[in-house]
Every structure is written in C-alpha cells, then in structure tokens.
Ligand binder design. Sequence first.
Ligand code: PMP
Length: 389
Amino acid sequence: PYTGPTADEILAQRKEYLSPSMFYFYNKPLNIVDGKRQYLFDESGRRYLDGFGGIATVSCGHCHPDVVEAIVNQTKRIQHSTILYLNHAIGDFAQALASKLPANLKVVFFTNSGTEANELAMLIARLYTGSHDIISLRNAYHGNAAGTMGATAQGNWKFNVIQSGVHHAVNPDPYRGVFGADGEKYANDVQDLIDFGTSGHVAGFMCEAIQGVGGIVELAQGYLPAVYNSVKKAGGLFIADEVQCGFARTGSNFWGFEGHGVVPDIVTMAKGIGNGIPLGAVVTTPEVAEVLTRRNYFNTFGGNPVCTAAGLAVLKVIEKEKLQDNAFVVGSYLKERLNALKDKYEHLGVLIGKGGFYGNVFRITPPLCFTKDDADFLVDAMDYTISKI
Ligand code: PMP
C-alpha cells in the first residue's frame, strides 16, 4: 500500500517549490502512484481507465514489462552522454526506426523532446535551402522554445516571442474551417503566403497530420499533396510533425502523413516513441542530413543508451502485440460509438483531456493497448456524465 504524502500535501509542496505557471487538467488533480497498461491507480488503490495516455505519450501501456526491463537492464550496465564513446543502443534503435519510414528517410538525430526535434528540423531546413521563411498552420502546436513557439499558432501558448520568418496558413479544418472539407481550396492560401509574403523561396512547411494540442483536428483530404507542390516549387522542405499523431496511433498507418499520400523530407517525433521516457527524433535523408556537417552539432543526452534501449523495446512491443492493428480496430469502434453520442447530446462536458484554442474539445488519446471493453466503458461513462449535465 501507498504510504507517501497525500494529494493535498503534494499540491501544497508544488505551490511552494514549483513553477507558478504549472496548470492542471482537473479541478482536483489525482495523485497517481501506479500504472499498469491502460490503467492508473491513485493513492487509495482506486483504478482509473486512462483515456489520455499522458497526452499520447504512453503507447504500449504504462510500465510495460518489456520496456521497463530494457530501461533497467541498460541503466545497470551504462547510462552516458551520446557524444563520447561507442555503444550499440543508439544505432540499433536508429536502424529499427529507419525501417518504419518510407523512401530514403533513414538518418536519425535524437533529441530529448518534441520541441528540440522541431527546433532542429527548422534549423536543418533553413541550412539546406538557404532560405529563412517557414510556413506552419494556424492552430498548430510545435513546441515552446523560441523557433517552435513562433511556429506554434495559438496565442495561449505564446509569450512575446520574435516570430522571425514564420507565416501561418489558414487551417484546413474539415469540421469548422471556412472551406469545409475541400483541401485544395485551403492549399491556395499557402501559395498566396509564398507569393505575397516571401521572396518566393521558403525553407519549409511544417504541420501535424492531426493537430493534437489544437483539439484533434484532422487535415482536409487533398490539402497536403497540393501544398507539397507549392512548397517544392518554392524550394522548401516538407516537415511532418508526428510527435502526437505518429507511431501507430492512427491505426490505418504507422505515421499520420501516410494517410495523405505524401512523403516528407523531414519527420519529427517524440512522446509515444519512448512510452513516457524523454526521447525525441528527427529523421531525414542522407542528402539533407549532410548540412549539419558544416559545423559541429551535438546533443549531450539525445539518443543516450537508456532512452534508446527503451525506444527499441517500444517498437518491438508495438510489433509483437500488433498494437497498430489494435489501434485501428478499437479506434474505429470508439469513434463509431462517440459519433453516436454526438448525435444523442447537443454538447459534451469535459471528462478526459481538453484541448483546442477554446478548451472545448475532448482529447482522447489512450494507450494503444486499449480494448473494446475499455472503449465501451469510456463511452458509457461519458454517456452517464453528459446525461447529468
Ligand atoms: N509537436 C506536437 C505536435 C506536440 O503535441 C508537442 C507537445 N504537446 C510538441 C511538438 C512538443 O513536444 P515536447 O513537449 O516534448 O517538447
């Protein structure tokens, strides 16, 4: 049994010693002391079904034994910076990761977070093209360092950052967007930004195939191929931010961009690739990767043995347990049941994660090991709760 401090004591301690900017998703945050697959347990041992997966960071389930074992074994042998000595863990994961990507996307740079991965991707695109301008989408979230905060396009995540050379295109949101589900019409805005807001040359275009923080917004079909043409004509690279939507989460594909028939020049990832361990990556082609040899580039802990051993274990679990197939089957079922709920009630209350600029969107990003029974439980719980509002 748990004998540590209570939720109230933890909150008081956090108030005194941690950043005043920390926010909570719940009015009365839970004290979570254990996790097992798709379940979380509070201090009293009460079990919760986790429909948010640590914001899509938990892919194969909390404390998956294979991942825990890989982390513990590697920690016992050696944990170190990546820049000094040889160790096989980093190369093993890089090779396994490259095998999951199409075309010649096979050179991996490891980072510690999604923000770092996107900062590096923007740097690479600017170096490779010799251009500065980056186009991203309104309602995007790409990180909270200087460059990525500029690429992020929701005011509530931004300070007075100097938004050097970033243009935000109209969001091809098929649900609320001005052109409905007509992807090609939205794509004209990217061409307009290039024509009227830049020299005609851009460094790149960056987007999520499904906006996560923005409120699980899918891109209108037909958008990416059209944008891809405009960006290529302007000499730019296409950067796919797969931090939240990648790694088997869409079920139908391993990567979100694959549902749109385009192959990016650079793919960034984090969150689910480490099942909760801090790990991010940028994958690109050998030709594009070459630009970083012009100077020295390193990342002290990016790709360290413990994190990459975890990453490799995660990939193996996804394959062994066919979690992508499971995400497809259970995800489709969950969507079907949620759509039925949408027809039943005019509005929905907050139960899982919330997102979107107005905080009005349920973010349901469970571990990939969610079962049909879990989906039923989740929807039934929502049904009950909404009926009480
Ligand atoms: N890109 C996307 C799509 C994200 O959802 C996030 C995190 N919410 C990031 C980048 C930044 O990742 P991190 O928080 O690991 O820096």
